[in-house]
Design a protein around this ligand. Sequence first.
Ligand code: ADP
Ligand code: S3P
Ligand code: MG
Length: 202
Amino acid sequence: MNDSLRANPAVAVDVSCHGQAPDAPAAGGGRPIFLVGMMGAGKTTIGRHLAKALNREFVDLDLALESRCGVPVAVIFEIEGEEGFRRRESQLLDQYSQQQGIVLATGGGAVLAEQNRGMLKERGVVVYLRATSEELYQRVARDRQRPLLQTDDPRARVAQLLAQREPLYEEVATLAFDTGSTPISQAVQDLVALLEQHEHAR
Ligand SMILES: Nc1ncnc2c1ncn2[C@@H]1O[C@H](COP(=O)(O)OP(=O)(O)O)[C@@H](O)[C@H]1O
Ligand SMILES: O=C(O)C1=C[C@@H](OP(=O)(O)O)[C@@H](O)[C@H](O)C1
Ligand SMILES: [Mg+2]
């Protein structure tokens, strides 16, 4: 734990953490592709496969934050609250969204800040991975890693967050893609085709 987050919460608000900054933006490589959507939409899973299929580097914002801070996202929430987490998330998004040629999986709440939405819209192609509330819930119900769902009624929480965030995902989206009943491998193939179509139409 290089950030002493748990050992000494008083120093935990060092927003920079101590990990490495992202590499300098690669020359060329195309505009970054940003995946947005709710928890359980498949941003992390599909993003990793999509990057491979497109021969791009994959970055997951939560994993990048965890690796920089040396603690899981849940611990950042525990110690700094959602506000502290969002501050770190915005800072990292600002850095990675300038990196050309990557596929970037954001966290589900990255669209909440207006400043983040601006970065996403201006800097890359934004794909909204969509699924119904029930599909999302089924995918994340047993997962202990998502602090916002550690409530008495996670199903209702997913529904409430989706209702609040859907307009924000739609606001930033260049393209939307339904992941509901599509197996992951098929979703990746379809997304590659959708992105190619989009590039040709530009
Ligand atoms: N299209 C899909 N169909 C079925 N399960 C999926 C699909 N996409 C993701 N999953 C599963 O849902 C869970 C959450 O996916 P994850 O990629 O972590 O979503 P996110 O990063 O958007 O929160 C994982 O167990 C993953 O395997
Ligand atoms: O929806 C959210 O606010 C969050 C989603 C999570 O990422 P995933 O969407 O990848 O699960 C993670 O960033 C954090 O737990 C908060
Ligand atoms: Mg994820």
